[in-house]
Design a protein around this ligand. Structure first.
Ligand SMILES: Cc1ncc(COP(=O)(O)O)c(C=O)c1O
Length: 383
């Protein structure tokens, strides 16, 4: 009997580099500064709150839009942080993670043939999300080495078919952040157009050096045309929870919920109960930026004695480094070799480009215990 065949919807997609590097790190016992997750424990109080919620019986389906009390607490947080009023009933939907929120937003909007502006390097889900929906990714490289948006190029690449612009600040993999000037440029690009913005803000709190997070939530004219995506997992050191949320205008959110309803429908209840209590304390999120900045600075300090040239990271929990003083190997070869020979797993930045642009740059994740960063730097000094 022959096995039925299917036509791949994503013929070019293979195993992601994160899986490859993490498996290599585990196999070789290497220090893993590759994949973006913390190696320190999450907040004990939040764990206790989930435990309590389960024991109190919050173990059945939550509301399709997300637990009401969590959406209310989020609306309060948004008013406090960004001075914007968001209606928890019509504008916030809790999702199983930020990636799902982005996918759902893309699926909600795109019709076959629609063009989507995506800045590279980019988080690996964006291009497949567009392609699986019959959209056409219009790829623009961020200007190396600052990884800034070239707004003149954006203006040139806009066509009558441009349906969407995807933004990510603070940015993975580079740690670049949007400035006020970027927001003004964005406003002028989308004004009087039918363009929808997807704003991936999963690292909203991880911003350094006194910079202000330029959330779409600060700008009512941008917010009304945006799907803004967040991740509790990334924010509260529990990436395995896969819980996040999306915010939009009531009109756009109505359509988003239609797609969500027949995919995930509703998210893990006890975590939502726990977060609705935990987030009442502003300390839970106001302390995150300083904590991560300290880690960034500690890691940069440790890397001073290596031959890597650290690039600027203003946010997220990633920092990139040039290695052209060490080798002219392809970045993917270099990353695999240093994992094997020196025992530190990193991510080559070319994997975040569709055409594998290779600037001889690798990405480190510094959201790790001090001991982990020290162990990595000790090995990297030998290169
Ligand atoms: C830019 C960016 N967006 C979204 C996500 C995923 O968030 P979640 O785990 O909540 O799906 C990540 C995780 O690495 C990310 O770096």
């Amino acid at each position: 009997m022959s096995i039925p065949s299917i036509t791949s919807k994503l013929p070019q997609v293979g195993t992601t580099i994160f899986t490859v590097m993490s498996s290599l790190a585990t196999e070789l016992g290497a220090v893993n500064l590759g994949q973006g997750f913390p190696d320190f424990p999450m907040n004990e109080e939040l764990i206790k709150l989930v435990d309590k919620a389960m024991r109190q019986g919050f173990n059945q389906y939550a509301h399709m839009h997300g637990l009401q009390s969590l959406r209310e607490v989020l609306a309060g947080k948004i008013a406090f942080l960004y001075g914007t009023s968001v209606d928890p009933a019509t504008q916030i939907t809790i999702t199983p993670g930020g990636t799902y929120a982005i996918y759902t937003a893309v699926t909600t909007v795109l019709q076959p043939g629609d063009e989507v502006i995506i800045f590279q390097p980019c988080y690996d889900s964006y291009i497949p999300n567009v392609e699986i929906n019959g959209g056409i990714p219009v790829l623009i490289n961020l200007k190396f080495p600052e990884y800034k948006i070239d707004w003149n190029e954006v203006k040139q690449r806009i066509t009558p078919k441009t349906r969407m612009i995807m933004l990510n600040s603070p940015h993975n993999p580079t740690g670049a952040v949007l400035s006020e000037e970027d927001i003004q440029q964005l406003r002028s690009v989308v004004k009087d157009s039918n363009i929808i913005i997807i704003s991936d803000e999963v690292y909203e709190h991880l911003i350094f050096d006194g910079l202000l997070h330029q959330s779409m939530l600060r700008y009512p004219d941008l917010m009304e045309r945006s799907f803004i995506c967040f991740s509790f997992g990334k924010t509260y050191h529990c990436t395995g929870w896969k819980l996040g949320y999306c915010i939009s205008s009531p009109e756009l959110m109505k359509e988003f919920r239609k797609v969500h309803q027949f995919n995930c429908f509703s998210c893990h209840s006890p975590s939502q109960v726990a977060l609705s209590t935990f987030l009442k304390s502003k300390e839970a999120y106001l302390s995150l930026g300083a904590m991560m900045q300290e880690k960034r600075d500690y890691f940069i300090g440790l890397m001073r004695d290596t031959r890597f040239e650290m690039l600027k990271s203003s946010g997220s929990y990633f920092i990139c480094a040039k290695y052209d003083r060490i080798s002219d190997e392809k970045d993917s070869d270099f990353a695999i070799r240093i994992t094997k020979e020196f025992g530190v797993a990193v991510i080559p930045v070319s994997v975040f480009y569709k055409n594998e642009t290779d600037n001889k740059v690798i990405r480190f994740c510094f959201c790790k215990k001090k001991e982990t960063l020290e162990a990595a730097a000790e090995k990297l000094r030998l290169i």
